[in-house]
Design a protein around this ligand. Structure first.
Ligand SMILES: Cc1cc2nc3c(=O)[nH]c(=O)nc-3n(C[C@H](O)[C@H](O)[C@H](O)COP(=O)(O)OP(=O)(O)OC[C@H]3O[C@@H](n4cnc5c(N)ncnc54)[C@H](O)[C@@H]3O)c2cc1C
Ligand code: FES
Length: 277
């Protein structure tokens, strides 16, 4: 059981929660994730660590309400308990002094970049973040990133804030100035195009993959991805991989595998006729 210590609605469809999880907070590292199950009949969903606070014994998560479980999670309030929080899972981000590092975030991907940015700064790197959204209202963690990084560049599709266009436009300019490493977290399509942008510059690009996950321990095979022609499991071999080696088409097709079932589960939940839990 993990108690919700703090909850904020960051945007109409995005929530921040801080959970009382001393054991996880003690061992967790940037780049890792947890799998949560709200109640005993609930689905298990992976969520990245948006912050780790070993002193207060808590972890923070930022999630988007995209379907049944994330919507149900958004109905829990401070003081409520989540049945299971399993973690920390996955391999931590590799942190060392690389030089000038560009972090590229889209959607909820900016949240897991925050602890990574703090660790990279502590290791002596110059950290430039490029964060993108469709419009200004959809930007996340802007203040936190600005307080942590040397520079934050914002792109919006409609030009309502920062550079008009997609994140790769701003990234291209930074690559020309000199970048030693790129870490991208966000929708698969964004990460794919970040990799296409960095490839001609021969800059190592780590991406955090988000395949469908079930157990998170390498047992079920649900999170199978292809990297460098080899089958890897997102949950134990990743979630971070060399983006230039990822088979993006396979990842994106496997992410769509359960769309029909996910839609049905959401419809049942919305009409309040889901099986009792
Ligand atoms: C390593 C990892 C870290 C993630 N971190 C975050 C995060 O920090 N914040 C956030 O908002 N989301 C995160 N996600 C995605 C999150 O797990 C899904 O949004 C969530 O599972 C949706 O569940 P649902 O029942 O609300 O929606 P559904 O209607 O069930 O699914 C909506 C979409 O979410 C994805 N999804 C559904 N079930 C799973 C599953 N078991 N595993 C992975 N993806 C799934 C699919 O693409 C699906 O089409 C992460 C996923 C992974 C693999
Ligand atoms: S989620 Fe089951 S093997 Fe990775």
């Amino acid at each position: 059981m993990a108690k919700i210590l703090e909850k904020r609605k960051v945007r109409p469809d995005v929530y921040y929660i801080r959970l009382d999880t001393p054991d996880i907070a003690e061992h967790a590292k940037p780049g890792q994730f947890v799998i949560i199950r709200i109640h005993k009949n609930g689905e298990r969903i992976p969520i990245s660590l948006a912050d780790i606070d070993p002193e207060r014994g808590s972890i923070s998560l930022m999630y988007m309400t995209v379907g049944k479980t994330s919507t149900e999670l958004s109905t829990l309030e401070v003081g409520d308990e989540i049945k299971d929080v399993v973690g920390p899972l996955g391999k931590p981000s590799h942190i060392e002094k690389f030089g000038r590092v560009a972090l590229v975030g889209g959607g909820f991907g900016v949240a897991p970049l925050y602890p990574i940015a703090k660790a990279l700064k502590a290791a002596g790197n110059e950290v430039v973040t490029v964060m993108g959204a469709r419009n200004e209202d959809l930007l996340l963690y802007e203040n936190e990133m600005a307080a942590t990084c040397d520079e934050v560049l914002i792109t919006t599709d409609d030009g309502s804030k920062g550079i008009k266009g997609v994140v790769t436009i701003a990234l291209e300019e930074e690559l020309k100035k000199g970048i030693d490493l790129v870490i991208a977290i966000g929708p698969a399509i964004m990460m794919k195009f970040v990799c296409k942008t960095t490839e001609p510059h021969k800059v190592k690009t780590w991406v955090s993959l988000n395949p469908i996950m079930v157990d998170g321990t390498g047992m079920c095979g649900a999170c199978r991805v292809s990297v460098g022609g080899q089958t890897k499991f997102g949950c134990i071999d990743g979630p971070e991989f060399d983006g230039h080696e990822v088979d993006w088409d396979l990842l994106m097709s496997r992410q769509q595998m359960y769309l029909k079932e996910e839609k049905e589960a959401m419809e049942l939940y919305e009409c309040n006729c889901a099986p009792a839990s």
